[in-house]
Design a protein around this ligand. Sequence first.
Ligand SMILES: Cc1ncc(C[n+]2csc(CCOP(=O)(O)OP(=O)(O)O)c2C)c(N)n1
Ligand code: SF4
Length: 288
Amino acid sequence: MTTQSTYELPFKVDNAWCPGCGNFGILNTVKKTLAEIDIPQQNVVFSSGIGQAAKLPQYVHANYFNGLHGRALPVATAIKASNPELLVIAEGGDGDMYGEGGNHFLHTIRRNVDIVHLVHNNMIYGLTKGQASPTSQRGMVTPLQINGVSLEPANPLAVALSYGAGFIARVFSGDTKEMQEIISEAVKYKGYALIDIFPPCVSFNKINTYKWFKENTYYVSDDYDNTSFEQALGKAFEKEKLPMGILYKNPDQKKSFTEHLVAYKNNSKALYERTVNTKKLQELVDTI
Ligand SMILES: Cc1ncc(C[n+]2csc(CCOP(=O)(O)OP(=O)(O)O)c2C)c(N)n1
Ligand code: SF4
């Protein structure tokens, strides 16, 4: 029997989030879920970029790499490649992941990197005080978009499906039970798993509030077939009310990124466990 890990920090840190921010619900549920899955902390690595959401790993007792804005996904890919045994969670905001990191979003999905991808989609840039993000609604007035956002919001779920993502889910930040189930399923899924989460930004987004999310979202019913690509695509394009739950779980799991790597073809040992052939390395360096 294993001892259940705790993901609570053993020391006090000041949390930079505003009271009432939806990020707290995500933080608490992530810690609770990981503890209940009972995966040892040393086997969990978060990768995040810049933003309010991207600070989450600083409040969890696990490993993390907090890097540049929009660059959490390539870092997550490298971590997974160097040790496929780790549970790698890439995490950040809608600006970080769908805007600045948009290119990485596409290619991480194409590569089918076996990670859990948590996006705090509050439909605004919170850290920089309320400019429009790619998912901000058309017409939203901000200090920068003074005449209102002129573009239609990006559709990350449809993009993810069209790039071949095998697992796609959406959940509200305050729905602990649903989020816990979804994260557990995403962890078990062998391949890239996207969870688009709605955490209200109480300070800068006065449109997509707690009330707005309650009134403009719904969970798919138990008889919804989440193995159907066509049905999932239909859900991704629903606009009147935004569907939540596990919207797609492809039963035909493709090979993941690390399963394609030559380094693991005849040897399953993580790269850090292998002996480095210094002679070969030197020969390689000498060719430069
Ligand atoms: C390359 C680069 N561009 C812009 C910024 C400024 N910047 C920091 S965070 C941020 C947006 C954060 O929004 P989001 O990712 O949605 O996270 P939130 O703060 O809302 O959680 C921006 C534009 C930066 N740090 N680096
Ligand atoms: S600015 Fe918005 S996203 Fe950032 S901590 Fe405050 S409520 Fe949360």
